[in-house]
Design a protein. Structure first.
Length: 278
């Protein structure tokens, strides 16, 4: 499972393309639109969120606002990953990488963040080996341009670890998972992300040795994080525990898995999912 969804609300200050490549005329208010998108996700309205993204991506393209289009393509990559729409996801990857190449954004943080999302999407749909060069490029750009404690390294390391695992590079995968947890632990309210990463690490150990005692240690720590005092039980928490519950089931923690599934459904129902909004 991937965590720390890479987000790119394009930052014009990092733009280094050709002078005539910048959008002209009307530009979409992307930050405001992303805030509206978040409200849809937090209330459990994924179907509406997808339609919202598709509509604004098309509008940005019609306006020739490539910055806005790139932002919405990046969001669509994550949306299609969650909905399992492989063809649409890889089309968004192709289009996003095309904009990055056209406007020479590969060495910018914003461009690299879209590449991170693209690589994560490739991995999700079985293209782990194809994704690794993109992950490594992002790692180089982030290392050159971001503080080592920046939260974006958490998503990079976690998702890069998943690709390494799928490619059979288990030692590298464990190293990146542990780097991810080091970054995540310094973030505000890190419990959801730490739990996801611990579930990922447990699955990595299981691939190598199903009897590895560290599997149980990871799952018990993940449970503690998901039940941390003061952790907001909001839409994002529901999304997180929905991703973690199958791992608890798989490793035999059936009671804990049941508790998490019921908690997620309760949160979603309270946010409107149970009221016919989907």
């Amino acid at each position: 499972m991937d965590n720390f969804e890479p987000r790119c609300c394009f930052d014009a200050s990092t733009y280094t393309g050709t002078p005539d490549a910048a959008p002209t005329g009307e530009i979409l208010p992307v930050p405001e639109l992303i805030a509206e998108l978040d409200s849809l996700y937090h209330s459990g309205r994924e179907a509406q969120a997808g339609a919202f993204l598709e509509r604004w991506r098309e509008r940005a393209a019609q306006m020739r606002d490539w910055r806005g289009e790139l932002s919405f393509l990046s969001e669509l990559m994550g949306h299609y990953r969650r909905s399992g729409e492989r063809e649409k996801a890889l089309e968004a990857v192709k289009a996003g990488l095309g904009i990055i190449r056209e406007h020479r954004l590969g060495e910018t943080v914003s461009g690299a963040t879209v590449m991170l999302n693209a690589a994560t999407t490739m991995k999700c749909f079985g293209l782990a080996e194809d994704s690794l060069p993109y992950f490594r490029h992002v790692c180089r750009v982030y290392a050159a341009r971001l503080d080592p404690s920046d939260y974006r390294f958490g998503g990079l390391y976690n998702n890069m670890a998943l690709s390494c695992a799928d490619a059979g590079e288990y030692k590298e995968a464990e190293r990146y998972f542990r780097l991810a947890m080091g970054v995540i632990a310094r973030c505000k309210n890190p419990e959801n992300e730490l739990a996801v990463t611990l579930c990922n690490l447990a699955e990595l150990y299981d691939r190598q040795d199903p009897e590895d005692e560290r599997i149980g240690e990871c799952m018990e720590k993940a449970w503690e994080h998901l039940n941390a005092p003061g952790l907001p039980r909001d839409g994002y928490h529901a999304f997180t525990i929905s991703k973690c519950a199958p791992s608890f089931d798989y490793f035999g923690y059936f009671v804990w898995a049941k508790v998490l599934k019921e908690r997620a459904e309760k949160i979603y129902a309270g946010n409107g999912r149970g009221q016919g909004l989907l």
